[in-house]
Design a protein around this ligand. Structure first.
Ligand SMILES: *Cc1c(COP(=O)(O)O)cnc(C)c1O
Length: 499
């Protein structure tokens, strides 16, 4: 403790405290305010100094002020004063948080493979290496080594995308929402876009087809009804103002029952008859050519092009299993117009994304290899029997380490593809459940704030882990995190307001 600080005790009052001098001597909140340490005094507390390290004072002071201001509010609300050491600890904790990354790896034990909040697709090893190779230095982002002249950043993935999809040309932007915005802005601004009422969907909370259309400056012409749209509805809506016919994959939901929609072939034929391009926003972007039953209902990029779509838009980080990106493939003349549009500059992606995307696409040159090496695909096609064995083995390891502190159970369950992909597809899995004397929500919280953070599911008073999304090299950290969290939950009584 910095004893010299004591000589400054008189400064311990905050301006407000001093102004409130008439409260002096009276017990209660106003009196207690006078015990608040001064900013410079708390800033010199050894604990704070230690946590400050090389941080400039200008960044430390606001944190100290924040903690003192919060303490003042507590005191005014009638709470008991905390010691200066406790306040210093709080400041130190917040300063240390500045140094700890906020974007941190987590163990995804939810079984949701393309979990948007947890970063969607984990990259293939080759893509991680490709990012590493270009991240720390210079690269050929827009440089042609042969001619020594300026190249295009799109060239790195263009040929691969053409080869893998059979499209004439291809272009990449930040995400699929950007791809759709670019297509509509470049090809339909000030004109009309015809969309079925059954496809005016919202995806991921903020991507709404009518809003993106409005943003692009195109006018939406709705046809059909929510459950039924016929080719004649589209035909009747076509005028000389029509710029595009847009089909949107209703990624995250299904209309079932009394329904009718227009096959893409028919829509494409109608578009050709009128000279109007047909754009197919398929969302997930399945490139995998192997006939796997789980992919049966998911539109594949090649199938959409073969059916006659002039442009197809899809995400890089859904079923494709790569980085966040939006990909447009299709007619070269249309792609050329997208490339020239001013938005292209605003929506272009950076070298890290292009490196990861190129490496991910390369995996698809060997489809059997892609099935093993693209984690999103590998997790999707995992064999239920292998998952059952994995769950049993993980549960056994957990029970052995937890002893009597928890009960570990193994039951059949379901995983989800996530990311708006494969809605309604049930992926059989085997879940590992953990029950302790404390509520499962408390264990879930302890696991979230532990190191590494573990995210699972809570249901039926049980915390559930799905081994589908936990590679075996994460098992040991997972087991250790669970043991630590169970111990912590057992040691501390439930805090008030804890969820
Ligand atoms: C997911 C999705 C989008 C948005 O893609 P992002 O890459 O998340 O921007 C757009 N359209 C459809 C049909 C989708 O499924």
């Amino acid at each position: 403790m910095d004893r010299t600080g004591d000589t400054e005790h008189g400064h311990g009052r905050t301006p407000e405290g001093s102004a409130d001098g008439r409260a002096a001597g009276r017990p209660g909140p106003q009196g207690a305010l006078r015990s608040l340490p001064a900013v410079h005094r708390l800033a010199r507390h050894p604990l704070v100094r230690q946590a400050t390290g090389s941080l400039p004072e200008g960044w430390v002071t606001p944190v100290v002020q924040e903690v003192i201001a919060e303490e003042r509010q507590r005191l005014l609300a009638g709470a008991a004063p905390r010691t200066e050491d406790t306040l210093a600890e709080e400041v130190a904790r917040r300063l240390q948080r500045l140094r700890r990354p906020s974007l941190r790896p987590v163990i995804n034990a939810t079984g949701i493979i393309l979990h948007t909040n947890l970063g969607r697709a984990p990259l293939p090893e080759g893509a991680v290496e490709a990012v590493r190779a270009v991240a720390g230095g210079y690269c050929t982002l827009e440089f042609d080594l042969e001619s020594g002249e300026r190249g295009s950043r799109l060239d790195h993935v263009r040929d691969l995308l053409r080869l893998l999809t059979g499209a004439e040309d291809a272009l990449v932007v930040n995400n699929n929402a950007a791809a759709v915005l670019l297509v509509l802005s470049a090809l339909a601004a000030g004109r009309e876009v015809v969309v079925s009422r059954g496809q005016l969907v919202e995806i991921g909370g903020s991507f709404r087809i009518p809003e993106i259309l409005a943003q692009s400056g195109a006018r939406l012409v709705e046809v059909g009804t929510t459950n039924k749209t016929r080719l004649s509805d589209y035909a009747a809506a076509i005028t000389e103002q029509t710029a595009l016919l847009l089909r949107v994959h209703a990624s995250n939901y299904r209309i079932i029952g009394f329904t009718a929609s227009v096959p893409l072939q028919d829509l494409a034929r109608l578009g050709r008859q009128h000279g109007i391009p047909v754009v197919d926003d398929i969302g997930s972007g399945l490139l995998f050519p192997q006939p796997e039953p789980v992919f049966a209902d998911e539109p594949a990029v090649t199938a959409s092009l073969e059916a006659g779509a002039d442009l197809v838009t899809f995400s890089g980080d859904k079923l494709l299993g790569g980085p966040q990106a939006g990909i447009v493939v299709g007619r070269a003349d249309l792609i050329a117009r997208l490339r020239r549009h001013p938005l292209m500059r605003a929506l272009r992606c950076d070298k890290l994304v292009l490196a990861a995307l190129e490496a991910t696409l390369r995996e698809y040159l060997d489809p059997e290899g892609a099935r093993r090496r693209v984690p999103a695909l590998a997790m999707l096609v995992r064999d239920p029997q292998e998952l059952e064995r994995a769950a049993a083995s993980l549960a056994e390891r957990l029970q052995r380490r937890l002893g009597k502190a928890a009960e570990v159970i193994v039951v059949p369950g379901r995983s989800q593809a996530g990311g708006g992909s494969l809605p309604g597809v049930e992926l059989d899995t085997t879940l590992v459940g953990i029950r302790t004397a404390a509520p499962a929500t408390r264990l879930a919280r302890a696991l979230r704030v532990g190191e590494p953070p573990v995210i699972g599911r809570v249901q039926d008073e049980t915390f559930w882990l799905d081994p589908r999304t936990v590679p075996e090299d994460q098992w040991e950290p997972l087991v250790q995190a669970v043991v630590a969290a169970v111990e912590r939950v057992a040691a501390s009584p439930a805090a008030r307001g804890e969820r």
